[in-house]
Design a protein around this ligand. Sequence first.
Ligand code: PGA
Length: 254
Amino acid sequence: MSQRRPFVAGNWKMNGARAQAAALIDGILAGVSALGDAEVAVCPPFILIPLVAEKLRSTRGRVLWGGQNLDTHPSGAYTGEISGPMLRDFDCTYVIVGHSERRSFYGESDAIVAEKFAAAQAAGLVPILCLGETLAEREADETERVVERQLRAVLDRSGVESLARATIAYEPVWAIGTGRTATPQQAQDVHRFIRARLADKSAAVAAGMRLLYGGSVKGANARELFAQPDIDGGLIGGASLQAEEFLAICRAAG
Ligand code: PGA
């Protein structure tokens, strides 16, 4: 097993205004000295990134930040969109790509997600690529087929070596925001499968890939999930909106 540094990223989704964001970051900063070894990042709504970036600069890289989405183009006549270079301009390290809410509510196909992944890397951002099946797909025993298809779109577009500069988050759609977490064994099975598919293309990329689990992770269940051999951290939604809970998850990873 390679030395993969655990990684916990918070996905705030469309939550918070300036006051809540400031309080949440202050709460994280208050616990930053006891964070443990895990790498930590938060992904606020676009409009809150300047505020968050301003506060987190004081951690000198201990807590990083990123976007939740980006456009496929670097600039131009795309009303309402935000590009990778714009996120880099605010010192984002990461950007989430292919979250299931983007795929289902905004019609992002595997091909669009693969374009966004490429656009993120072209801008110098590290994509956090989300993969995951719906409940109907799991019940139809299609989990592996779906996850493999989602992964293949990126592999075909950008090549396996591009995954050396990316993170993957496995997020079963039925576990997101539902309070219904995948069991550690269910998550581990899919994580092992994803790593094996990467290993088909490159043993080194597979061994180095940090595979995050996402879906109702809390302080109370994080340790058991992160103890699985192929789970290297988490992508945290609801629980990342509470500083104490988020810090507890970070400590569980570290
Ligand atoms: P959740 O969301 O932790 O609220 O389930 C995870 C995610 O959607 O990234």
